[in-house]
Design a binder for this molecule. Structure first.
Ligand code: ATP
Ligand code: MG
Length: 281
């Protein structure tokens, strides 16, 4: 089971030096304990639109420091649009977005990224004609500390050995799973406090799905908070602390991941429960 692998108390790793995760302690306690941590990302009463079409209705989401938070929901429920709001790619018509205690609404996307948000977009979006190394270095484009960038590159290659093997390959020649790892490593090269991921397991083989989820849990154990969008609720909730379920732009259910996993409504709607077909409204 992924949860067992991902939560089995991975050994303390020297991969991240000081400055990672704002000195957060490594996760050694049950995930629910993180409910008490400080808020890192807060979306409050977000209403967003594409032209006349409303995509979010009074959306409230919170990611606390040290947490993995999963945003679940079916097609066109507004998951990717939520990521756009966080990254400043779409400005809400009303509502508040705070990151690390300050509003991001007046900031451009590059400014938001510099505040400490790393993005792994839907479908990875690597630069296919560039090498893996060049893609990784693009993740550190805003950094001036060249020596530390070189050290972080080495850390990434230790964390993602498969990426290390492909370092001089053109990114476009890699498999989907390998590209996902490059995209994660590229985002981490910016030393984010929060890693935002849109459907990180989409289109991957089962082997890579497990691997990617294990890596997300491991990255989180090093102190990086994670906000991930997933359609695969059962997998996402196994590594998450907290979950939200989005339906046509509204949060219809939220709570600690363990409770959501046990919730009959989640089981029926997302986990292939026997009642799914009959109870779907
Ligand atoms: N650029 C756009 N212009 C107009 N409408 C859009 C645009 N992008 C998304 N939408 C609409 O906003 C709603 C939410 O879309 P969004 O992409 O956020 O959903 P999603 O939950 O990520 O879906 P999926 O699971 O298919 O990725 C949908 O109704 C979609 O058609
Ligand atoms: Mg989407």
């Amino acid at each position: 089971m992924i949860a067992t692998v991902a939560r089995s108390g991975l050994p303390p790793s020297p991969l991240w030096g000081e400055g990672w995760g704002e000195g957060l302690p490594q996760r050694t306690t049950a995930p629910a304990s993180n409910e008490a941590a400080q808020p890192l990302l807060q979306l409050r009463k977000i209403n967003s639109f594409y032209g006349p079409v409303q995509a979010h209705f009074d959306l409230d989401i919170e990611v606390r420091k040290g947490q993995i938070v999963s945003l679940l929901g079916g097609n066109a429920s507004g998951k990717s649009t939520t990521m756009k709001i966080v990254l400043g790619l779409l400005k809400p018509r009303s509502g508040e977005v705070d990151f690390n205690g300050a509003s991001t609404l007046g900031l451009s996307t590059p400014q938001i990224i510099r505040q400490g948000i790393g993005s792994v977009p839907e479908a990875r979006r690597l630069f296919p004609a560039m090498t893996v190394r060049e893609n990784l270095l693009m993740g550190a484009y805003a950094r001036r500390d060249r020596k530390a960038v070189a050290e972080d590159l080495e850390r990434m290659l230790a964390l993602f050995p498969r990426v290390a093997e492909r370092i001089e390959f053109q990114a476009g020649t890699l498999s989907g799973g390998e590209q996902q790892m490059v995209a994660m490593a590229r985002a981490l090269m910016g030393r984010p406090k929060l890693l935002c991921m849109d459907e990180p397991t989409m289109g991957l083989s089962p082997l890579y799905v497990d691997k990617v989820l294990e890596l997300i849990a491991r990255i989180n154990a090093q102190g990086v908070s994670v906000f991930m969008v997933e359609q695969n609720a059962s997998l996402a909730l196994q590594i998450a602390h907290h979950g939200y379920v989005l339906q046509t732009g509204r949060i219809v259910l939220s709570g600690p991941a363990r409770e959501l996993l046990a919730d009959a409504r989640i089981r029926d709607a997302y986990l292939g429960g026997a009642e799914a077909a009959r109870t779907a409204s």
